[in-house]
Design a binder for this molecule. Structure first.
Ligand code: OFO
Length: 168
């Protein structure tokens, strides 16, 4: 495996792992505040990011590359509002998308079409996740500070997220 690509894939393993812990912290914050639907949504997101990380680890190992399991960043543990929580979610997804685009760019540069092909799954996944994050943030912006709106958002979040996911 090309060294540059191997380093980038290891970086990507770290980003997926960080996202997983970041969403776990978001889930825990929401759980503590009594937002059960939002907590369930982020626990699930956290699990998905873990799956993305493992998929990369297995791929690098299968290709004879060297995986370095990274140390993780301590995630932010508290949020001023639901708006901040979901703005952070979108920011995190946009960051991951940017990194994936960078891997793809380098794959083309180095003519590694195998990894390029493998990474297409991540491109599709990011499209879906960004769409979900954007939709949820849009809804929260409409709701503003309205408490009963927050109650309904928490009740409906998993239905909204699934609907956006299946639209893609
Ligand atoms: Fe790993 O899917 Fe988003 O970040």
């Amino acid at each position: 495996m090309n060294k540059t690509i191997e380093v980038l894939l290891n970086d990507q393993i770290k980003y997926e792992a960080n996202a997983s812990m970041h969403y776990m912290a978001m889930a825990s914050w929401a759980d503590e505040k009594g937002y059960n639907g939002i907590a369930e949504f982020f626990y699930k997101q956290s699990e998905e990011e873990r799956v993305h990380m493992i998929k990369l680890i297995k791929f690098v190992n299968e290709r004879g590359g060297n995986v370095v399991i990274p140390a993780l960043e301590k995630p932010k543990a508290s949020f001023d509002s639901l708006g901040e929580l979901f703005a952070d979610f979108l920011k995190s997804e946009m960051f991951v998308t940017e990194q994936i685009n960078h891997v793809i760019y380098e794959c083309l540069n180095k003519k590694d079409y195998n990894v390029h092909n493998f990474m297409q799954w991540y491109v599709t996944e990011q499209l879906e996740e960004e769409a979900v994050a954007r939709t949820l943030l849009d809804k929260l912006n409409i709701i503003g500070d309205d408490k009963s709106g927050h109650y309904m958002f928490d009740r409906d979040i998993n239905t909204i997220a699934t609907a956006v996911d299946t639209e893609e």
